[in-house]
Ligand binder design. Structure first.
Ligand code: PEP
Ligand code: MG
Length: 366
């Protein structure tokens, strides 16, 4: 694992004395969490839990979503809960004493389902190999079920808090796992500091409903485990509507984290999945855009962040404000954030030292 030593370490220590912005890291496994801690991160600003569901675990979620038998679905949720408790034990242990913002599942639903194209290929192979008619019919049935969930624009579809609202067993499983991991570590004498983040909120009612439920699950786990748990609950601000009604959303949030990746996508109407690889370079060559807005914060998006900070603080002065989009590790964007309100930025572990320096430069420029 790399260490920061010598002159760089000294310069970073000077930077820490000067900077006003906090610096956290985006990490979703204990190794990255430890690495970011070594690089000076003051907490985890974003733990993307969907990254914990790749590989075999995808099959469990797929079964939960598609199976019609409630007992089978309940068993899937139980298995996922046990796996997640293990995940969070690792994360909170690695970051003992520091805040860890765990984001509830956010991915577009199709990421949990087998790809229809791969299923098509699998069916063709089964036919070649002479699989039975029943086996082939079962695969075709699976394909039809998955097809039923297909969306033309998954990034604008069933993801974020919408998933939590339509599949309430998932946030319940995750919140219980977060609270259980925290309770067990407390009993070991550690000091876990988890926080729960609700993604892609657009309406006040979304955070209001999900917060109330989450508080209930945390209280239930605290009673079961016999420990006191005080877990903050907040939201991503990553849709323009959320920034515009931030005063209303803030009444139900302990913190905001600006998801500037999605906020850029939805404010500019540029697809995150396509723009950088397709028309954006040509557009920039025409000098219509000076910077890639997914790399360096666009001024229009910055206005929305500023509005979100101001409106949020107007109804909840104690609101903690962070940024966890890629821009949180970009020096030019950090200069902008330092002027418009966030308390901290959060970026990938390797960008933490750069962010510490950029934050100091921003404070000096002030
Ligand atoms: C964001 O949208 O800026 C964000 C941090 O979330 P994600 O990149 O996971 O959508
Ligand atoms: Mg996002």
């Amino acid at each position: 694992m790399p260490e920061l030593t010598g002159d760089l370490d000294t310069i970073l220590e000077w930077a820490d004395e000067i900077r006003e912005l906090g610096v956290r890291a985006n990490a979703d496994n204990p190794e990255d969490a430890e690495l970011s801690r070594k690089f000076g991160a003051e907490g985890i600003g974003l733990c993307r839990t969907e990254h914990m569901f790749l590989g075999d675990r995808k099959q469990i979620i797929q079964k939960f979503i598609l199976d019609e038998n409630e007992d089978v679905r309940a068993e899937c949720v139980k298995q996922l809960g046990e796996l997640q408790t293990g995940d969070f034990l690792g994360m909170f242990r690695a970051m003992d004493g520091l805040p860890v913002i765990v984001r509830l599942l956010d991915p577009p639903l199709h990421e949990f389902l087998e790809s229809p194209r791969a299923l098509d290929v699998a069916i063709a192979r089964m036919e070649e190999k002479g699989a039975s008619a029943d086996e082939i019919a079962a695969k075709r049935n699976l394909m039809a079920q998955i097809d039923g969930w297909a969306e033309a624009n998954p990034m604008l579809g069933l993801r974020g808090c919408r998933l939590s609202i339509l599949f309430p067993q998932l946030p319940e499983m995750q919140v219980r796992a977060i609270a259980t991991a925290a309770a067990r570590l407390k009993k070991e004498g550690l000091n876990p500091q988890p926080e729960i983040m609700i993604p892609l909120v657009a309406f006040e009612s979304e955070i209001e409903t999900l917060r109330e439920k989450a508080e209930g699950f945390v209280a239930a786990v605290a009673a079961e485990e016999g420990v006191e748990l005080d877990i903050k609950i907040g939201t991503m601000i990553e849709l323009p509507r959320a920034a515009v009604i931030a005063d209303k959303i803030a009444k139900h949030a302990d913190f905001f984290s600006f998801g500037t990746n999605d906020l850029t996508q939805t404010t500019l109407g540029f697809s995150r999945d396509d723009a950088e690889a397709k028309f954006l370079p040509a557009y920039m060559e025409q000098h219509l855009l000076k910077r890639n807005p997914f790399a360096t914060l666009d001024d229009g998006v910055a206005e929305l962040v500023k509005m979100g900070c101001e409106k949020g603080r107007s109804t909840n002065p104690a609101l903690k404000l962070g940024v966890c989009g890629e821009h949180g590790g970009d020096p030019e964007s950090i200069m902008k954030f330092a002027k418009i309100g966030p308390d901290y930025v959060s970026c990938s572990p390797y960008r933490v030292p750069v962010a510490r320096l950029a934050a100091a430069q921003a404070a000096l420029a002030k």
